[in-house]
Design a protein around this ligand. Structure first.
Ligand code: ZN
Length: 178
């Protein structure tokens, strides 16, 4: 039953497009798409995925968080759907931390992100949520939101000296944490 999604890789033009807003959240075809993508994220154990990454050029993403070897400080948050998101306000300060992306496998980079973001979005039920995310969730939210506007984390990197290949990152960074 689980739909198999193909993850688009950097270079695919769809990853560089601005996605379309969702107007009919309650529509059954959209709802089944959401269910399939949620299931996919649960199965992959990822921290999130944006619709354009699986070839759907629409304004939604799945946000999820759980501690693992790569991100031991990540909070435990069950996957949830974020539709038509906007950042309404953000912290004056930014912090750099490591990011990776299913669409850029093998690459890790230090990416500056706002420490907190005030956001507005709609749930899978069409309810409007206004809330603040900080720390790790704020980072994942900003990363996924970028995908809806044709941006990837490498676009935010300050210097190529902040980019590492996965193998070196594992050796130097992840192993230091445990
Ligand atoms: Zn990504």
């Amino acid at each position: 039953m689980s739909e198999i999604f193909e993850i688009l890789q950097l270079g695919h033009p769809l990853l560089r497009q601005t996605a379309e807003p969702i107007v009919a959240i309650s529509e059954s075809s959209f709802q089944s798409q959401l269910d399939a993508l949620l299931e996919f994220v649960l199965a992959r154990g990822g921290m999130g995925i944006a619709a354009p990454q699986v070839g759907i050029s629409q304004q939604f993403f799945i946000l999820s968080s759980h501690p693992n070897a790569r991100y031991p400080y990540a909070p435990q948050v069950e996957p949830f759907v974020v539709i038509n998101p906007v950042i309404t306000s953000s912290s004056a300060t930014q912090t750099k931390d490591w990011e990776g992306c299913l669409s850029l496998p093998g690459i890790r980079a230090l990416v500056p992100r706002f420490d907190y973001v005030d956001v507005r979005y709609q749930t899978h039920l069409g309810e409007t949520i206004e809330t603040r995310y900080e720390g790790f969730l704020a980072r994942v939210f900003q990363h996924e939101l970028d995908h809806l506007h044709g941006k990837v984390f490498l676009d935010r990197v300050e210097t190529t000296l902040d980019v590492m290949m996965e193998q070196e990152w594992q050796r130097q960074i992840v192993s230091q944490r445990s």
